[in-house]
Design a binder for this molecule. Structure first.
Ligand SMILES: [Zn+2]
Length: 165
């Protein structure tokens, strides 16, 4: 593996900074695993697609209602795709996934950079892994304290452990 790709992979898998978690929890109202999943997906999209919040669109597929829609707030907070800017849409679905699209050119340097990572550089799909979905329905995140505990644990997990691309 090339050194630059290895470096990029490490950067993509670092745990979320505490500041991001606490600010997102303040924005959303509480800390939980679905919020953290959205945060991780949005951070990854911003880095991978090298896009500003004005160049990115998010399409979220998940069941209607909480706790699933807490994922949407996480994506809004970290990706910059927001209801106010109109660049995020929710579709009802049985499971949870998100598609990010870069709409701008992203600048010459970043365009080259994302191409070098092997993708088209304009689209990214992340689908919540079945085992994570099952874990989230096993009762391990019951109560506010349980949700916060599992949220913190998810924040330290590698992206590939949570989502399939
Ligand atoms: Zn929530």
């Amino acid at each position: 593996m090339k050194k630059s790709a290895d470096c990029a992979r490490r950067v993509l898998n670092v745990a979320l900074p505490e500041g991001v978690i606490s600010q997102a929890a303040a924005f959303h109202g509480h800390l939980g695993p679905w919020l953290v999943l959205g945060l991780k997906a949005g951070v990854h999209a911003r880095r991978k697609l090298a896009a500003s919040p004005f160049e990115l669109k998010a399409r979220i597929f998940c069941p209607a209602g909480t706790p699933y829609t807490c994922f949407i707030d996480g994506v809004q907070f970290s990706s910059g795709c927001t209801m106010g800017k109109g660049n995020i849409v929710h579709y009802r679905a049985k499971r949870c996934r998100v598609e990010f699209t870069r709409t701008g050119d992203g600048g010459r340097f970043h365009h080259k950079d994302t191409k070098a990572q092997g993708g088209s550089g304009t689209r990214l799909r992340l689908a919540l892994r079945t085992e994570v979905w099952d874990e989230l329905h096993s009762g391990s995140d019951e109560g506010m304290a349980g949700a916060a505990r599992l949220g913190r644990e998810f924040s330290r997990r590698r992206l590939e452990e949570l989502f399939a691309q």
